[in-house]
Design a protein around this ligand. Structure first.
Ligand code: SF4
Length: 414
């Protein structure tokens, strides 16, 4: 069977696709990169914005037209499907979330899974390691928590074993999940986990990272998106003191610089001031620090004063890039039913202003780092060039002829 894969959304989704792709390869499927050549297309969906679902539907239709015989849609949008995804052309099955066995069954193939089979995952220099799934919070703009369920952390021993396997082929491992700062703090134990085997206080993201670094000290770990106020002291000290082992980079969602809006968003675990204090504590101690944030522009009830507070805070933070999302109504999320919905032109204008702040910050940081030497790890190759990613999340390109084939080396930032 020839299978084509496509992923929408975050790194957790990319990881899930990788696992399913590997599972199909283990069963003898041939992975192709053109849907026109495929017997089966597997599309991993995202539900984070209305736009992502529009793109999904468009893409499923495109795949059907291009000739793939059948399509399976998996992931977050699939979990919330009211039947409209299942009704799209050529869709054979809709599989909630990312259970590889369920996808195999839907495709008519199924055998037991062994994590060790990921040994041959590929020759990419960067790998993803999903440490947990789900989230116990209920942000009012987010349908992900409905789609992914409660926080469920994977056991340390299993993650250490998987990291050892990945380290054979990868110089960097990115820890992913839906809400990784709550690693180990599960409200309910996993069904298969024996009560008391993993005492809650021993399982934090910081402790996990210490175990992973001890097991594979040659690897550079990187955190995917993590809440600023969930960077505990263990994590903070690793960021400050162990840059070879943990990349000097945080992607810390802020969403708004106004406490009034944060409250309406249901983001009760931090304020603009506590976010800023944690980031500034780190920035004072880290000579090199890549910092990204997510912001939602035009959330329902956001006043001009709230927007100005966000802009002021963004200007004050040591950001090196910014992702701005204009608020869009997710029918499954409570924010869709809130009062104070803003006109689209106001949302667009505010998003544009915030993007300008982000672009200016990114330009200034890049300029400051130009000419410095960084710890580069190969992240891709294209058209005679090799792309590296620095510890502070800057892409750097060198000519292929200047590359000796190593996956990690000191590189001058251009
Ligand atoms: S923390 Fe909020 S935005 Fe993030 S996954 Fe959980 S509910 Fe969604």
């Amino acid at each position: 069977m020839r299978v084509y894969f496509h992923t929408f959304g975050c790194r957790a989704n990319q990881y899930d696709t990788d696992v399913v792709r590997q599972r199909f390869s283990d069963e003898g499927a041939v992975v192709v990169d053109d849907p026109a050549l495929a017997d089966l297309a597997i599309i991993n969906s995202c539900t984070v914005t209305h736009e992502s679902e529009v793109k999904l539907r468009r893409f499923v239709r495109h795949v059907a037209k291009s000739g793939a015989a059948q399509t399976i849609v998996m992931g977050c949008a699939a979990a919330l499907d009211d039947g409209s995804i299942a009704a799209l052309p050529s869709v054979r099955a809709v599989v909630a979330n990312a259970d590889p066995e369920a996808v195999l069954t839907a495709a008519g193939m199924s055998l037991p899974f062994s994590a060790k089979r990921r040994r041959g995952q590929g020759v990419r220099s960067r790998a993803l390691l999903k440490i947990q799934d789900g989230c116990d919070e209920h942000c009012t703009f987010c349908a992900t928590t409905i789609a992914r369920g409660d926080n469920r952390s994977r056991p340390v021993a299993e993650l250490v074993e998987e990291a050892r396997v990945l380290a054979a082929n990868h110089a960097e491992i990115v820890l992913t999940g839906v809400h990784i700062g709550t690693y180990g703090q599960d409200r309910f134990p996993d069904p298969g986990r024996k009560p008391g085997v993993y005492p809650r206080q021993d399982h934090t993201l910081g402790r996990l990272l210490e175990s992973l670094i001890n097991a594979v000290p040659e690897v550079r770990f990187r955190l995917s998106s993590v809440e600023a106020t969930e960077v505990d002291d263990t994590l903070a000290h690793l960021l400050v003191e162990a840059p070879r082992h943990l990349a000097a980079h945080l992607h810390a969602p802020l969403q708004s610089g106004s406490d009034h809006v944060l409250k309406r968003m249901g983001r009760h675990w931090y304020t603009a001031a506590s976010y800023r204090a944690r980031i500034e504590w780190l920035a004072e101690r880290m000579p090199v620090f890549g910092l990204g944030a997510d912001i939602i522009a035009g959330f329902p009830g956001e006043t001009q004063q709230d927007h100005d507070a966000t802009r002021t805070l963004l200007n004050a933070l040591p950001l090196t890039y910014l992702h701005v999302f204009p608020f869009s109504v997710r029918p499954d999320a409570p924010a869709a039913r809130m009062t104070g919905q803003l006109p689209p032109e106001v949302i667009r204008a505010r998003a544009r202003e915030l993007r300008e702040v982000g672009d200016a910050k990114a330009g200034t940081y890049r300029e400051r780092r130009r000419g410095a030497w960084a710890d580069g790890i190969v992240s891709g190759r294209q058209a005679g060039k090799v792309e590296l990613l620095t510890e502070d999340y800057l892409p750097v390109h060198i000519r292929s002829e200047d590359w000796a084939g190593q996956s990690r080396f000191a590189v001058e930032i251009d």
